[in-house]
Design a protein around this ligand. Structure first.
Ligand SMILES: [Zn+2]
Ligand SMILES: [Zn+2]
Length: 216
């Protein structure tokens, strides 16, 4: 999940009925036929089970609608206007509580990805391998951007890309294989090989590894 306006995470909302701090939650998916969404990515909900609105809600819903459910107080970011959400169970929304710290990290990652994707078109002529590597090593980045980054990697003829790729765990085996093939070509083009014992990059013709002294 990505929040466009990260400052909402700093907001403090207090339930007007029970004075508990309201929890920042992801908005539920828009119901079909509902039309409009909430116009926000998060909402603040009073998840205090002792809140009078929640405690008294069960009876109200039973009497008025004849089914099981209750209410929770809700406020949208940047507003103190009170909204009432109908909930079918005690646990509704508890699974969608947003952890501000992990949300901030995700946003940082997302921003880096966006920046890297935007730089792909010019990075080769500027001889800047950073955006390419950022995308290749970002498992959460969109596959299209990563694919493009991998296709650009060979343009750099830069052996420094080998170690980070070798040390990276790819979830996508297709990307991993594509990178491995590129590395093989890159080593070949530079008359190099990887020592089978210590993995250091050495001359293709070497009979003894310069680093681990192994006989090859
Ligand atoms: Zn409350
Ligand atoms: Zn070696």
């Amino acid at each position: 999940m990505y929040i466009h306006n990260i400052t909402v995470l700093d907001e403090k909302h207090t339930c007007p009925d029970c004075k508990a701090t309201m929890s920042c939650c992801e908005v539920p998916p828009v119901h079909v036929g509902d039309g409009l969404g909430w116009g926000s990515e998060v909402m603040f909900i009073c998840l205090n089970d002792e809140c009078p609105v929640f405690k008294g809600g069960w009876k109200k819903i039973d009497v008025n609608y004849g089914h099981k459910g209750s209410f929770r107080n809700m406020q949208l970011p940047g507003s103190t206007e009170l909204n009432i959400m109908m909930v079918a169970s005690k646990d509704a929304f508890t699974g969608s509580i947003v952890d501000p710290e992990s949300m901030r990290e995700q946003n940082e990652r997302y921003k880096k990805e966006k920046k890297a994707v935007a730089a792909l078109d010019t990075c080769v002529e500027q001889n800047d391998i950073t955006p390419v590597m950022t995308l290749i090593l970002d498992e959460a980045a969109t596959p299209d951007g990563r694919k493009k980054a991998i296709s650009l990697l060979k343009e750099f003829n830069n052996l420094s890309c080998i170690d980070p790729i070798r040390n990276h765990t790819f979830k996508n085996t297709e990307f991993e294989q594509a990178c491995n093939l590129l590395i093989i070509q890159l080593l070949k083009d530079n008359f190099k090989k990887e020592c089978p014992y210590c993995a250091e990059i050495i001359k293709a013709q070497a009979k003894k590894c310069l680093h681990c002294k192994a006989d090859l």
